[in-house]
Design a protein around this ligand. Sequence first.
Ligand SMILES: Nc1nc(=O)c2c([nH]1)NC[C@@H]1CN(c3ccc(C(=O)N[C@@H](CCC(=O)O)C(=O)O)cc3)C=[N+]21
Length: 289
Amino acid sequence: MTGQKIDGIIVASSVKDRVRSAVKELSEDGIVPCLATVLVGDDPASSTYVRNKQKACADVGITTKDHKLPPIFSQKEMNSLINLLNNDETVHGILVQLPLPSQLDGFTTTSRISPIKDVDGLTPYNIGLLTSGRSILKPCTPSGIMELLEYYKIDLEGKNAVIINRSNLVGKPLYNLMLEKNATVTTCHSRTKNLKEYCLGADIIVTAIGDRSKFILTEDMIKEGAVVIDVGTARLDGKLVGDVDYDNVIKKASYVTPVPGGVGPMTIAMLLKNTVTAASISKEFVQPS
Ligand SMILES: Nc1nc(=O)c2c([nH]1)NC[C@@H]1CN(c3ccc(C(=O)N[C@@H](CCC(=O)O)C(=O)O)cc3)C=[N+]21
């Protein structure tokens, strides 16, 4: 028996359909959802990601305001820009593309974003809501993974979930979301001993390393029928590759996400969903004149 591919493109397009109709409804109320994107420097990968996010916005009727800053942009200038966007009533979501150049601190920058415009779910306020099980704006990659599991009716109740990543963007928020669904969640990372044993005990493995010289998930590391979610992204001879030895792992797993076409498209779809959520809640915060 061979496993099934989890198709992120199909699930992302169903999320986008829902977002498109929500955008239409909001527009009828006079609100045109708008995402401000902030990109510092000219890293080609980051530029491509931001461009893809803008294209996806256009596709569902969300407008974008593009802020492209020179690589020498200072923290002080960044703080003023965030203040400006926080106070701009026509902007509903603010996305600061990470990583930032070394003179800028990612945490200082994202913490400054108004929690109701925090479409990446990275402000301390939204992290607090997430750990309390009351999140509204959730980080896009983890919520995209949860959406994939739900679409394929993969139940987490009582399951052993192993996450190989402990970042603020992926591992930590995903831990909380999976815990809410009653999984027994284990976070593994570079100092974990006996990683293979954790993997072999897992009903669901989420891997987000992104460096095949350090880690590749092979079929001998998973148990029969496991669900494998690949968040890894690296370039190999110009091709996008994940952490998983897909062709062999799928023979033993029940479900596997491919790279590309798995979690990546979901990350973008959830950003669109968060932008619409932010636009909807903005109504409640509009001060009467
Ligand atoms: N503030 C912030 N928020 C982010 O969400 C964020 C970020 N910074 N920095 C970088 C990472 C990376 N990320 C991806 C989004 C889409 C794909 C994606 O759509 N990938 C396609 C393939 C794209 C290609 O071929 O290059 C796929 O997997 O099928 C991948 C990676 C969001 N990130």
